[in-house]
Design a protein around this ligand. Sequence first.
Ligand SMILES: [Zn+2]
Length: 271
Amino acid sequence: MTNAYKYLYWVIVSFIILGSILMWDHYRPPLAEKPSSEGVPILTYHKVNPDRNTGGFGLRVLPADFDWQMKYLKNNGYHSVSPGNVVDHFQTGSKLPDKPFVITFDDGYQDNYRYAWPILKKYNYTATVFIVPHIVGGINAYDYYANLQPENKMLTWQEIKEMNDAGITIGAHALDHASLTKVSPAEAQRQILESKKILEQKLGKEVRYFCYPYGDFNRNIAEMVKKSGYQAATSSEEGLVQANSDPYLLKRLRINGHLSHRMFVKKLHKY
Ligand SMILES: [Zn+2]
């Protein structure tokens, strides 16, 4: 071989080796299943949507990835339950199925109905959707007008009712996604209580779960949620629900569109 060919040969070999190393993490099979720990994972989703115009992967998961994640959970024996099932289990010892987990969707995007729900039905999984009553049937006013996200359509009352009647749990996410520690206590109280009342009136069912907008809470806010009659509330802190967890500060695992399949599995077993 001439020197030029030798050089070309080594460049190609180096590319193949480097490429293999980079692709390895993406393509190798997920981690072997660990025995289930004590804690129960609550997964947090926002948008499930293939349309890049609806926002970045910080809040959006592709339907194909959501399908992969649900399939992984199904194939590995996970059973979806409601937040209340988990709280009851730790408070009263009521039974949970093997490998329980909770699926939650924050904000109530219309794509939850269009893309996520058919996939949930395919794997026979239930979920909890946290609704912002003042923007039902409208758009994501709270972050669109703050130039934080593109315009997204929110669920309509009819879609929420249809999902609720079919076994999807509906929770409250404040009246208009207010940051509860940044408004007056009276306003925080109104956001917490009125969102519950409106949802209950529209659905004809008790609304038992609350989700803090922006994950923003303090001790007073959590106490208001408790006194308003909710059974539990989810936060944005990362972790599992365990025996000593405060039911009004349930930790979750945030799932976004940046997670590879392997990273999703890793996150599920992180705590
Ligand atoms: Zn939210």
